[in-house]
Design a protein around this ligand. Structure first.
Ligand SMILES: Cc1ncc(COP(=O)(O)O)c(C=O)c1O
Length: 391
């Protein structure tokens, strides 16, 4: 039995074509692109091509792409840069539902004396731009708002947010790690100053990312040392990974229509069928605009971890909305920010699909999940009691 992998927001399989593209750059074409000789020069050419491909997916110019080690590095580089560019400004704005790559940094900054505003979301995970308007002021150095949420798939109105931020002269960054490759982006007509992306979310390997930096936006490097990446990110280039990211971006561009149709259709069918077959459930963020591949479903009166274990026995990989912190099961900060009731947040499961998934796999999950939920509710005295009173 082969695994059914519905956890693509956690990471994706490397596309075979991406792997083939990077393969020669380990044992054969291993030159350093900064070397003067032909052997390094041919690698440099291929890295340039990769940069062009990343830029093309974003509608950016190749000079605006900085290769990094991951989405987390891109996020950190963007926010730290803005604080160095504007040392006199001491205010940072973000949202309560960011990935820890942004949120942990911002919370650390607040311990170091920065004023940090975390914008709220409503019950569907949506942002209120009036709250942003009221929060941004002359002291704001940077606003960092994610493009799409990794847990619910909810897409934020980042272009409108960027316009508000620009009026106040602050820098606008978006963590687009979950959006790139899934929805079309065009930096040529955008209010975004900086944008983070990560290779392993779009069928490139782990350990490669990029930061889009709009031409003219001042920048201070996070890593200093050599002159790589035009002095904006020191360290010998991860050549094979850069080349892989370039290929993955090219493929993502050519598969974009499929994300919008086939992947979305599979997600919608999965969601609709589970809603029909299972009582006492809700879609987290179901009323908001969402990524085509993601659904987060809350099953009342059951533990997400128990559902995941039983799915895993059937070789089905999904993920729970809750993180296990120091032995106590804490519901996810995203679902808490949305005000999802405790009994729902605990039983939330995220399914995230990709172009490698099939209709047969969707059928299997539709067949396997309802009896799992039924069984768990039967053995949970809490669930039994509650459901008896609701039904
Ligand atoms: C929204 C978001 N931002 C940032 C990251 C971190 O990316 P990376 O794993 O490449 O550091 C992730 C990964 O899960 C993510 O989903």
């Amino acid at each position: 039995m082969k695994e059914i992998y519905f956890d693509n927001n956690a990471t994706t399989r490397v596309d075979d074509a991406v792997f083939e593209e990077m393969r020669p750059y380990f044992c054969n074409l291993y030159g350093n692109p900064s070397s003067m000789h032909f052997f390094g020069g041919q690698v440099q050419k291929k890295v340039d091509e990769a940069r062009n491909r990343v830029a093309a997916l974003l509608g950016a110019s190749p000079d605006e792409i900085i290769f990094t080690a991951c989405g987390t590095e891109s996020d950190n580089a963007a926010i730290r840069s803005a604080l160095e560019v504007f040392p006199e400004k001491r205010h940072v704005i973000t949202t309560r539902v960011e990935h820890p790559a942004v949120l942990t940094l911002c919370r650390n900054l607040s311990k170091r004396g920065y004023r940090v505003t975390e914008l709220n979301v409503d019950g569907e995970g949506r942002l209120d731009l009036n709250e942003l308007k009221a929060a941004v002021d002359d002291d704001t150095a940077i606003v960092s708002i994610m493009y799409a949420n990794n847990e619910t798939g909810v897409v934020f109105p980042v272009e409108e947010a960027g316009a508000i931020v620009k009026e106040k002269g602050a820098i606008f960054h978006t963590d687009a790690v979950q959006a790139v490759g899934k929805i079309p982006l065009n930096m040529a007509v955008s209010t975004i100053d900086m944008l983070s992306l990560s290779g392993h979310k779009l069928h490139a390997p782990k350990g490669i990312g990029a930061l889009y930096l709009r031409k003219g936006v001042p920048f201070r490097p996070f890593l200093v040392g050599g002159h790589q990446e035009k002095g904006r990110r020191a360290g010998t280039e991860a050549t094979a990974s850069n080349i892989a990211l370039g290929k993955a971006c090219e493929l993502a561009g050519s598969h974009m229509a499929e994300e919008k149709t086939r992947v979305r259709d599979m997600r919608d069918r999965l969601e609709k069928s589970l809603m029909e077959l299972i009582p006492n459930r809700r879609i987290n963020g179901g009323g908001a605009e969402r990524l085509p591949n993601t659904t987060s479903i809350a099953f009342e009166f059951v533990e997400g971890e128990a559902i995941l274990l039983l799915l895993s026995e059937k070789m089905i990989c999904a993920s729970s909305g809750s993180a296990c912190t120091s032995g106590s099961l804490e519901p996810s900060h995203v679902l808490r920010a949305m005000g999802v009731p405790f009994t729902c947040a605990h039983g939330s499961i995220r399914f995230s699909l990709s172009r490698f998934n099939t209709d047969d796999e969707v059928d299997t999950v539709i067949r396997e999940l309802p009896p799992i939920i039924r069984r768990l509710r039967e053995i949970s005295p809490f669930g039994r009691e509650k459901l008896a009173s609701v039904n």
